[in-house]
Design a protein around this ligand. Structure first.
Ligand code: 5GP
Length: 193
């Protein structure tokens, strides 16, 4: 998606450790109009598929997913929580995921009330790097008996391989910008064409 690539080129900064910072429009300050255009792009890509729920993971996925849901007939958005809380009553699907940015393991939790057998789920997230976060969400869907119909990602870092692995496994992964390389020395970012 040209618009997203342009925003990354203009406002993204490359940090050491293969981290791309895009908090001017995606991860801290949110550009809702851009999210809306992202929703339109995914609605076009996944058209013809039965999708009746969006599943994402806190925190940055939530805002994107809520705007995207407007393009899929206002379907419910469920976000996986990354910590146990008293609001979760224990009847839940849980797995563990290794965080690329925080460099530690954390739980990924969804209440059994909000992910059900027979759900047709679109997974949405801001970034795809090694694919650990998505694998966690996929595992929760399998546990629940829900079907993963597709995966919509804003920014995939192609050089980290998670996206291609998921495609090889047969998932329909639509990443709106795929970064093929980035250089923290001079700040250059190259996209997959
Ligand atoms: P993965 O599990 O695919 O390795 O990493 C995906 C998760 O890590 C995303 O949910 C995102 O929050 C975070 N992440 C991975 N790489 C980056 C990055 O370069 N920049 C930012 N802002 N977040 C990232």
């Amino acid at each position: 998606m040209k618009e997203l690539e342009e925003r990354i080129a203009q406002q993204g900064t490359v940090k050491p450790g293969n981290v791309l910072k895009v908090d001017a429009f995606l991860n801290h300050q949110c550009d809702v109009e851009l999210f809306d255009h992202m929703g339109a792009a995914w609605a076009e890509h996944f058209k013809g598929k039965t999708i009746d729920k969006i599943l994402t993971i806190e925190a940055s996925g939530i805002g994107i997913a809520c705007v995207v849901a407007r393009h899929f007939g206002n379907i419910p958005v469920v976000f996986a929580k990354k910590a146990q809380s008293i609001n979760l009553d224990g009847d839940q699907y849980t797995t563990t995921v290794y965080s690329f940015t925080k460099q530690k393991e954390f739980p990924v939790i969804v209440s059994k009330r909000y992910l059900n057998e027979g759900d047709h789920v679109l997974l949405i997230d801001d970034f795809l790097a090694n694919g650990k976060a998505l694998k966690g969400l996929i595992e929760l869907c399998h546990e629940a008996g829900a079907t993963v119909e597709g995966i919509g990602i804003a920014v995939e870092k192609g050089f980290q391989g998670g996206g291609d692995q998921l495609r090889e496994e047969g998932y329909d992964v639509d990443s709106l910008a795929i970064v093929e390389s980035m250089d923290p020395e001079n700040g250059t970012i190259e996209f997959r064409s």
